[in-house]
Write a protein that binds this ligand. Structure first.
Ligand code: GDP
Ligand code: IMO
Ligand code: MG
Length: 420
């Protein structure tokens, strides 16, 4: 029996991972992020105060838990320092509580510049968060990246600047014309240095010692660089498999894998979204669900739950259970729908999520309708405490996606969680 739990976003991100990591962190010793960077925005409430975390794992507010950033993460140093300051009123951060992987790659002002420029000049923009994520992962794959451990050493940092001057046209000019950003970038190095080390080794040792380890996914499976709706994806491995690659540990240590899904779907940025609602129901969900990006503030596109996409997501990440979140937002709708299959103009009925984004863009959803409920959902307790129609919806979802719903979210707070 393993002692590692992985929690991933099952859709296109923003499913409520932050809240659920905060809840589940109570049961473990270490919480680690394994991919993504400050493109993520994970929201949780500490003593009624809203906090959005972009890089520090969402278990940080549970007493005595260790937080780790593993090799597959990309780190924005000055933003991380700011985030460490943000959590200081609640948490005393010491190097034995925050492990930063020396192997994680660093996002520099140059990467942010390249991301923004590419987006604004492209005829096919992705709608990125413009946080420099794609260019940093590209640099890593190109073996011209800067790892956190190297960034912390002034001479190695300088050597990287030289390498970039030689290899990246425009870098030298950017370095000169954006002196303030580069100064901030350099100034963060000494502040982060005490926290940087062999985070993967520490996590492996914790696993070997039988301590509980919780791995926090960022983004969602449908944004995965390999399995998502490419090119409308992020640049990392968001699915559960990404955790093994990033941390370097044996899959046999896994106890449970959970996929967090909204009881409906949202997507920020460009890309196909078969169940998107461009009508007043979509607007109603967006308003009630406060669907604005936690990182960029952009409005999120909203639609009905997509069981075709969820079955695909479950097949890729192997969920033991799905966490059906934000169920409370659906309260008050006369009917609630789930997409059971797609209809394509030339290919007919489709039940397997297509690899081709053009095909996906042409798919029309085939819906199953469920009666709505008007009663307020319980804030705490059991899934079986919910009103009959809400229970029937959950049972319908389980059948359509082929995975049990282990937990249900009914509000923004830690206690707004229903269990089996
Ligand atoms: P993440 O990126 O997956 O951590 O999700 P975000 O923080 O980007 O977005 C989720 C939003 O929904 C946040 O504003 C949360 O406070 C909120 N939220 C989380 N769970 C629930 C829930 O069960 N009900 C409601 N109404 N809001 C929730
Ligand atoms: P959390 O962890 C939702 C989306 C962007 C864009 C695409 C690529 O809070 O769920 P990137 O900046 O990563 O190169 O953008 O991915 N995206 C997210 N959408 N939630 C996120 O994170 C996201 N992180 C990136 O909107 O479509
Ligand atoms: Mg988010």
């Amino acid at each position: 029996m393993g002692n590692v739990t992985i929690l991933v976003g099952a859709q296109w991100g923003d499913e409520g991972k932050g809240k659920w990591i905060d809840i589940l962190a109570d049961r473990v010793a270490v919480v680690a992020r394994y991919q993504g960077g400050n493109n993520a925005g994970h929201t949780l409430y500490v003593n009624g105060q809203k906090v959005v975390l972009h890089q520090i794992p969402s278990g940080i507010f549970q007493p005595d838990k260790i937080s780790a950033l593993a090799s597959g993460v990309v780190v924005n140093p000055s933003q991380l320092v700011m985030e460490m300051d943000k959590v200081k009123p609640y948490v005393t951060l010491t190097p034995d509580r925050l492990w930063l992987s020396a192997r994680a790659h660093v996002i520099s002002p140059w990467h942010i510049h390249v991301d923004g420029k590419k987006e604004s000049e492209s005829s096919q923009p992705i709608g990125t968060t413009k946080r420099g994520i794609g260019p940093t992962y590209a640099e890593k794959a190109n073996r011209t990246g800067l790892r956190l451990g190297d960034y912390a050493v002034a001479s190695r940092r300088k050597a990287w600047f030289e390498l970039m001057r030689e290899s990246a046209p425009g870098f030298a000019q950017h370095f000169e014309s954006h002196a303030e950003a580069w100064q901030e970038f350099e100034a963060a190095a000494d502040k982060l240095a005490p926290f940087i080390g062999d985070a993967e080794l520490h996590v492996r040792k914790a696993i070997q010692a039988g301590q509980g380890v919780l791995l926090e996914g960022a983004q969602g499976v449908l944004l995965d660089i390999n399995h998502g709706t490419y090119p409308y994806v992020t640049s990392s491995e968001t699915a559960a498999g990404g955790a093994f690659a990033s941390l370097g540990f044996a899959p046999r240590h896994i106890d449970k894998i959970y996929g967090v899904a909204k009881a409906y779907v949202t997507r920020v940025g460009e890309g196909p979204f078969p169940t998107e609602l461009k009508d007043e129901v979509g607007q109603w969900i967006a308003t009630k669900g406060k669907e604005f990006g936690a990182t960029t503030g952009r409005p999120r596109r909203c639609g009905w739950l997509d069981a075709v996409a969820m079955r695909y997501s479950a097949a890729i990440s192997g969920y033991d259970g799905v966490i059906l979140n934000k169920m409370d937002i659906l309260t008050g709708l006369p009917e609630v729908k789930v997409c059971v299959a797609y209809e394509h103009p030339t290919l007919g009925r489709i039940e397997d999520f297509p690899w081709d984004y053009e095909v996906l863009a042409q798919c029309r959803p085939i819906y199953q309708s469920f009666p709505g409920w008007t009663e307020e959902l319980p804030h705490g307790g059991k899934i079986s405490d919910m009103p009959a129609n809400a229970r029937a919806y959950v049972a319908g979802v389980e059948e359509l996606i082929g995975v049990p719903v282990s937990m249900v979210g009914t509000g923004v707070n830690r206690q707004d969680a229903l269990f089996r």
